[in-house]
Design a protein around this ligand. Sequence first.
Ligand code: IMP
Ligand code: MG
Length: 178
Amino acid sequence: MRAHDVKEILIDKETIARRVDELVDQIAKKDTKDLIVIGILKGSFMFLADLMRSFHRHNIHPRIDFLTLSSYGSETSSSGRVEIIHDIREEIIGANVLLVDDILDTGRTLAFTKKLLLERGAQSIRSCVLLDKKAHRAIEFEANYAGFSIEDHFVVGYGLDYNNLYRELPHIAKVNFL
Ligand code: IMP
Ligand code: MG
Protein backbone atom coordinates (compact mmCIF):
# COMPACT_ATOMS: atom_id res chain seq x y z
CA MET A 1 0.00 0.00 0.00
CA ARG A 2 1.31 3.45 -0.90
CA ALA A 3 1.60 6.19 1.75
CA HIS A 4 -1.72 8.04 1.78
CA ASP A 5 -4.35 9.80 3.89
CA VAL A 6 -8.15 9.85 3.78
CA LYS A 7 -8.78 13.13 5.60
CA GLU A 8 -10.45 14.99 2.75
CA ILE A 9 -14.22 14.52 2.78
CA LEU A 10 -15.76 14.61 -0.68
CA ILE A 11 -19.41 13.85 0.21
CA ASP A 12 -20.65 14.07 3.80
CA LYS A 13 -23.11 11.67 5.37
CA GLU A 14 -26.07 14.08 5.46
CA THR A 15 -25.72 14.70 1.73
CA ILE A 16 -25.58 10.95 1.09
CA ALA A 17 -28.70 10.35 3.21
CA ARG A 18 -30.73 12.97 1.31
CA ARG A 19 -29.63 11.56 -2.04
CA VAL A 20 -30.49 7.97 -1.04
CA ASP A 21 -34.10 9.04 -0.39
CA GLU A 22 -34.26 10.88 -3.72
CA LEU A 23 -32.99 7.81 -5.57
CA VAL A 24 -35.59 5.58 -3.95
CA ASP A 25 -38.32 8.12 -4.79
CA GLN A 26 -37.27 7.75 -8.44
CA ILE A 27 -36.99 3.95 -8.30
CA ALA A 28 -40.45 3.70 -6.74
CA LYS A 29 -42.05 5.50 -9.69
CA LYS A 30 -41.40 2.54 -12.03
CA ASP A 31 -42.56 -1.07 -11.86
CA THR A 32 -41.73 -2.47 -8.43
CA LYS A 33 -43.69 -5.72 -8.80
CA ASP A 34 -41.61 -8.82 -7.98
CA LEU A 35 -38.69 -6.51 -7.23
CA ILE A 36 -35.43 -8.08 -6.16
CA VAL A 37 -32.55 -5.91 -5.02
CA ILE A 38 -29.19 -7.50 -5.78
CA GLY A 39 -26.18 -5.96 -4.09
CA ILE A 40 -22.72 -6.44 -5.54
CA LEU A 41 -20.38 -7.18 -2.66
CA LYS A 42 -18.50 -6.06 -0.88
CA GLY A 43 -18.70 -2.41 -1.86
CA SER A 44 -22.50 -2.01 -1.93
CA PHE A 45 -23.33 -3.21 1.57
CA MET A 46 -23.79 0.17 3.27
CA PHE A 47 -25.52 1.87 0.35
CA LEU A 48 -27.82 -1.11 -0.08
CA ALA A 49 -28.77 -1.11 3.60
CA ASP A 50 -29.75 2.56 3.41
CA LEU A 51 -31.67 2.05 0.15
CA MET A 52 -33.60 -0.82 1.72
CA ARG A 53 -34.58 1.27 4.75
CA SER A 54 -35.71 4.01 2.40
CA PHE A 55 -38.04 1.63 0.50
CA HIS A 56 -40.06 1.43 3.68
CA ARG A 57 -41.35 5.00 3.10
CA HIS A 58 -43.02 3.78 -0.10
CA ASN A 59 -44.38 0.59 1.43
CA ILE A 60 -42.36 -1.45 -1.07
CA HIS A 61 -41.12 -4.88 0.01
CA PRO A 62 -38.29 -6.06 -2.25
CA ARG A 63 -36.55 -9.41 -1.98
CA ILE A 64 -32.83 -9.11 -1.52
CA ASP A 65 -29.76 -11.10 -2.51
CA PHE A 66 -26.04 -10.58 -2.95
CA LEU A 67 -23.51 -11.36 -5.63
CA THR A 68 -19.86 -11.27 -4.66
CA LEU A 69 -17.67 -10.25 -7.56
CA SER A 70 -14.08 -9.32 -7.94
CA SER A 71 -12.77 -7.01 -10.63
CA TYR A 72 -10.03 -5.21 -8.80
CA GLY A 73 -6.63 -6.45 -7.75
CA SER A 74 -5.49 -5.09 -4.42
CA GLU A 75 -4.54 -1.66 -5.72
CA THR A 76 -6.47 1.13 -7.39
CA SER A 77 -6.82 -0.05 -10.97
CA SER A 78 -9.14 -2.63 -12.47
CA SER A 79 -7.83 -6.05 -13.47
CA GLY A 80 -10.20 -6.03 -16.45
CA ARG A 81 -11.69 -9.42 -15.58
CA VAL A 82 -14.85 -9.94 -13.55
CA GLU A 83 -15.03 -13.11 -11.48
CA ILE A 84 -17.98 -14.57 -9.53
CA ILE A 85 -16.81 -15.34 -6.02
CA HIS A 86 -20.25 -16.08 -4.58
CA ASP A 87 -23.46 -16.36 -6.59
CA ILE A 88 -27.07 -15.34 -5.79
CA ARG A 89 -29.50 -17.93 -4.41
CA GLU A 90 -32.88 -16.31 -5.16
CA GLU A 91 -34.96 -17.21 -8.24
CA ILE A 92 -34.82 -14.35 -10.73
CA ILE A 93 -36.78 -15.68 -13.72
CA GLY A 94 -39.46 -13.06 -14.45
CA ALA A 95 -38.27 -10.76 -11.68
CA ASN A 96 -37.59 -7.04 -11.88
CA VAL A 97 -34.01 -6.70 -10.72
CA LEU A 98 -32.42 -3.63 -9.18
CA LEU A 99 -28.65 -4.06 -9.31
CA VAL A 100 -26.84 -2.02 -6.68
CA ASP A 101 -23.16 -1.17 -6.69
CA ASP A 102 -21.03 1.37 -4.89
CA ILE A 103 -19.42 2.93 -7.94
CA LEU A 104 -19.58 2.76 -11.72
CA ASP A 105 -16.01 3.07 -12.93
CA THR A 106 -14.84 1.21 -16.06
CA GLY A 107 -18.38 -0.21 -16.42
CA ARG A 108 -17.17 -3.82 -16.63
CA THR A 109 -18.76 -5.05 -13.41
CA LEU A 110 -22.28 -3.81 -14.16
CA ALA A 111 -22.18 -4.69 -17.85
CA PHE A 112 -21.08 -8.23 -16.97
CA THR A 113 -23.74 -8.62 -14.28
CA LYS A 114 -26.59 -7.20 -16.35
CA LYS A 115 -25.83 -9.57 -19.24
CA LEU A 116 -25.56 -12.54 -16.87
CA LEU A 117 -28.92 -11.89 -15.18
CA LEU A 118 -30.75 -11.22 -18.45
CA GLU A 119 -29.42 -14.52 -19.80
CA ARG A 120 -30.79 -16.18 -16.69
CA GLY A 121 -34.28 -14.89 -17.43
CA ALA A 122 -34.79 -11.71 -15.40
CA GLN A 123 -37.75 -9.67 -16.69
CA SER A 124 -35.96 -6.33 -16.37
CA ILE A 125 -32.71 -5.03 -14.96
CA ARG A 126 -32.20 -1.55 -13.60
CA SER A 127 -28.94 -0.42 -12.05
CA CYS A 128 -28.31 1.96 -9.19
CA VAL A 129 -24.91 3.24 -8.10
CA LEU A 130 -23.93 5.72 -5.44
CA LEU A 131 -21.06 7.15 -7.48
CA ASP A 132 -20.42 7.53 -11.19
CA LYS A 133 -16.84 8.10 -12.40
CA LYS A 134 -17.71 8.88 -16.01
CA ALA A 135 -14.16 9.77 -17.08
CA HIS A 136 -12.93 6.25 -16.45
CA ARG A 137 -15.32 4.20 -18.59
CA ALA A 138 -13.71 1.35 -20.60
CA ILE A 139 -16.98 0.08 -22.02
CA GLU A 140 -20.22 1.92 -22.61
CA PHE A 141 -22.59 1.64 -19.67
CA GLU A 142 -25.04 4.06 -18.08
CA ALA A 143 -26.66 3.46 -14.72
CA ASN A 144 -30.41 4.03 -14.48
CA TYR A 145 -29.89 5.76 -11.14
CA ALA A 146 -26.68 7.42 -9.97
CA GLY A 147 -26.22 9.32 -6.73
CA PHE A 148 -23.26 11.55 -7.55
CA SER A 149 -20.96 12.09 -10.51
CA ILE A 150 -17.35 12.37 -9.38
CA GLU A 151 -14.04 13.23 -11.01
CA ASP A 152 -11.46 10.57 -11.72
CA HIS A 153 -9.91 10.23 -8.26
CA PHE A 154 -9.81 7.24 -5.96
CA VAL A 155 -12.33 7.44 -3.11
CA VAL A 156 -13.16 5.38 -0.02
CA GLY A 157 -15.83 5.12 2.66
CA TYR A 158 -19.52 4.21 2.83
CA GLY A 159 -18.60 0.70 1.64
CA LEU A 160 -15.78 1.62 -0.74
CA ASP A 161 -12.28 0.45 0.09
CA TYR A 162 -8.62 0.86 -0.51
CA ASN A 163 -7.03 -2.57 0.09
CA ASN A 164 -10.21 -3.58 1.94
CA LEU A 165 -9.80 -0.69 4.40
CA TYR A 166 -11.97 2.38 5.18
CA ARG A 167 -15.30 0.76 4.27
CA GLU A 168 -16.61 1.87 7.70
CA LEU A 169 -16.37 5.63 7.04
CA PRO A 170 -19.89 7.16 7.09
CA HIS A 171 -18.88 9.59 4.31
CA ILE A 172 -16.98 9.47 1.00
CA ALA A 173 -13.37 10.58 1.32
CA LYS A 174 -10.64 11.15 -1.24
CA VAL A 175 -7.51 9.03 -1.00
CA ASN A 176 -4.61 11.46 -1.21
CA PHE A 177 -1.34 9.74 -2.06
CA LEU A 178 1.60 11.42 -0.32
P1 IMP B 1 -15.87 -1.21 -12.72
O1 IMP B 1 -16.11 -2.63 -13.05
O2 IMP B 1 -14.52 -0.73 -13.19
O3 IMP B 1 -16.99 -0.27 -13.09
O4 IMP B 1 -15.60 -1.10 -11.18
C1 IMP B 1 -16.49 -1.25 -10.20
C2 IMP B 1 -15.76 -1.61 -8.94
O5 IMP B 1 -14.44 -1.05 -8.86
C3 IMP B 1 -16.49 -1.03 -7.78
O6 IMP B 1 -17.51 -1.89 -7.33
C4 IMP B 1 -15.40 -0.82 -6.77
O7 IMP B 1 -15.25 -2.00 -5.98
C5 IMP B 1 -14.13 -0.60 -7.56
N1 IMP B 1 -13.76 0.84 -7.62
C6 IMP B 1 -13.74 1.64 -8.69
N2 IMP B 1 -13.36 2.89 -8.38
C7 IMP B 1 -13.14 2.89 -7.04
C8 IMP B 1 -12.75 3.92 -6.10
O8 IMP B 1 -12.54 5.11 -6.40
N3 IMP B 1 -12.64 3.50 -4.80
C9 IMP B 1 -12.88 2.22 -4.40
N4 IMP B 1 -13.26 1.25 -5.24
C10 IMP B 1 -13.40 1.59 -6.56
MG1 MG C 1 -13.66 -2.65 -4.17
